[in-house]
Design a protein. Structure first.
Length: 254
């Protein structure tokens, strides 16, 4: 495989559907799925997000994955973009409105979009049901998750059971980043695709809540001050520090 990507021979013979936003976490999860499943489809959501530039990044990331990682590209199939603007219209958050990012009385940041991941997985499951796909992959994480309750492992386990019962179709929700911090997420990208994948994620993905693509940093594009940028920067600095201090473990990622 070109680009230094590792061929993992024991990938499933089944299909997977990846929730793919165009951000660092979902791109790393997409690479994880491409290394394991025979065919991978992607699904993205336009919910009126303030940082909808990520929808353009999805295209750039997919194009480069196909071009630079041909073995993965052969498994990367149909992309689906779903209109979820109603979610933005009923939300009053800093991700769907021009508002300063702050914390509420509950302790949650106002970047939390209530029900977002629940809606996304429900729609992904409905699409998976129609297309004969039972493996759903998301980049949710309980280690670096800003307290979002719909990113918690317990939430997604309960959702897996609910979707399976409600559609009478056995779904499996995979969250390969659930117990990884951002430094470990960068490390996983290295294990999966070495420097080529890390550079793709650094240059093409988008995580900044404000949708800023005008400022370039060592860790990627963004305003540099919003919570998503701060988290990504801290993870990058920890990842690069670890690589300077010792040899990189090149064994296949679990």
């Amino acid at each position: 495989m070109s680009g230094g990507a590792r061929q993992i021979p024991a990938f499933h013979r089944e299909k997977a559907l990846v929730l793919f936003s165009g951000g660092q976490d979902s791109t790393t999860s997409l690479a994880w799925a491409l290394a394991r499943f025979a065919e991978v489809e992607t699904i993205g959501f336009d919910y009126g997000q303030r940082h909808r530039v990520e929808l353009d990044c999805r295209i750039a990331v997919s194009d480069r994955l196909r071009r630079e990682f041909p073995d993965w590209g052969a498994r990367l199939r149909t992309d689906h973009l779903i209109d979820c603007c109603v979610l933005g219209r009923i939300s009053d958050t800093a991700l769907t409105r021009e508002a300063a990012i702050s914390f509420g009385a509950s302790g949650l940041p106002n970047t939390f979009v209530p029900g977002r991941n629940i809606v996304f997985f429900a729609l992904a499951a409905a699409l998976g049901y129609r297309r004969g796909i039972r493996h759903l992959v998301g980049g949710m994480c309980e280690t670096d998750f800003s307290g979002y309750p719909d990113c918690r492992d317990d939430t997604l386990k309960a959702l897996q059971a609910t979707l399976s019962l409600g559609m009478d179709h056995r779904f499996v929700i995979h969250t390969p980043l659930m117990w990884r911090d951002k430094a470990a997420t960068w490390e996983l990208a290295w294990e999966l695709g070495n420097e080529a994948l890390v550079e793709l994620i650094r240059n093409e993905t988008h995580s900044c809540y404000l949708g800023d693509r005008g400022h370039s940093h060592q860790w990627g594009h963004g305003c540099g001050v919003c919570p998503a940028c701060e988290l990504r920067r801290a993870g990058w600095e920890a990842f690069t520090a670890r690589r300077r201090c010792g040899p990189v473990d090149r064994s296949p990622a679990p």
